[in-house]
Design a protein around this ligand. Structure first.
Ligand code: DC
Length: 220
């Protein structure tokens, strides 16, 4: 183990953001949501009116990220809730498939762990960004459970049937796990945590126990 990173990877809807945020709070670590970086690239491209098909290297070279008081600033601006829009999610998914975008974001993600403990969530943190992360968690939940959560959170159109939401989730899982660049998969040395039957608190406590055990074993 050589980094101060707790890597949490897993499919959309497994609860990564809530779990990573609560876990970081509990342990006094910094929470880094890498999905926001992909969303920020897409957001900045829209704002500047430049192509995302493909994203040009000259545009990537012009982007300046800063982290200030826990906020991600893009070229000095705070995108705020704009990163959460469904348009931005779709654009982010599109740019995340591009090797140039992933190469651009690799050092940005690595720098955020310098000299401090972080909980970093994403899709390829334990496999690509920090293959030597101190702790690797693959957080998942059944497609049915993820569909149920999305419905409870009102993230689907009114009247949508759970079977259809589940099918959509399964299709996205297939796309994410079979894409050529950095496919979503558990690292060989990751601990898989299935949150299907667990509350948020139980999930956080399960992962916190894994972190404590690994740190005690490694003496860090
Ligand atoms: O977790 P999210 O929905 O905010 O992620 C936005 C998009 O970025 C989503 O399509 C998955 C992709 N992503 C990725 O490919 N690798 C990461 N480390 C994080 C997110």
């Amino acid at each position: 183990m050589s980094t101060t990173v707790v890597a949490i990877d897993g499919p959309a809807g497994a609860g990564k953001s809530s779990v990573a945020s609560a876990l970081a709070n509990m342990l006094g670590f910094t929470h880094v949501n890498t999905g926001s970086l992909y969303r920020a690239v897409a957001w900045a491209a829209r704002k500047k009116g430049v192509s995302i098909d493909p994203v040009e290297q000259s545009f990537l070279d012009s982007i300046k990220f800063e982290f200030k008081a826990g906020k991600l600033l893009v070229d000095g601006d705070d995108p705020g809730d704009a990163l959460r829009s469904s348009q931005c999610a779709a654009d982010a998914s599109f740019v995340a498939k591009q090797a140039a975008v992933r190469a651009f974001l690799l050092p940005v993600q690595r720098q955020s762990a310098e000299k401090r403990w972080i909980v970093m969530e994403g899709r390829d943190i334990g496999t690509v960004i920090f293959p030597d992360a101190a702790v690797k968690i693959f957080l998942t939940a059944s497609a049915f459970e993820r569909a149920r959560r999305r419905m409870i959170q009102g993230e689907v159109p009114a009247g949508a049937a759970i079977e259809d939401v589940q099918k959509e989730i399964e299709a996205r899982d297939l796309q994410d796990s079979t894409r050529a660049v950095s496919p979503l998969k558990a690292a060989a040395d990751a601990v898989t945590v299935d949150s299907s039957g667990l509350t948020l608190e139980e999930t956080v406590e399960t992962i916190a126990a894994i972190v404590r055990k690994k740190r005690a074993e490694a003496g860090v």
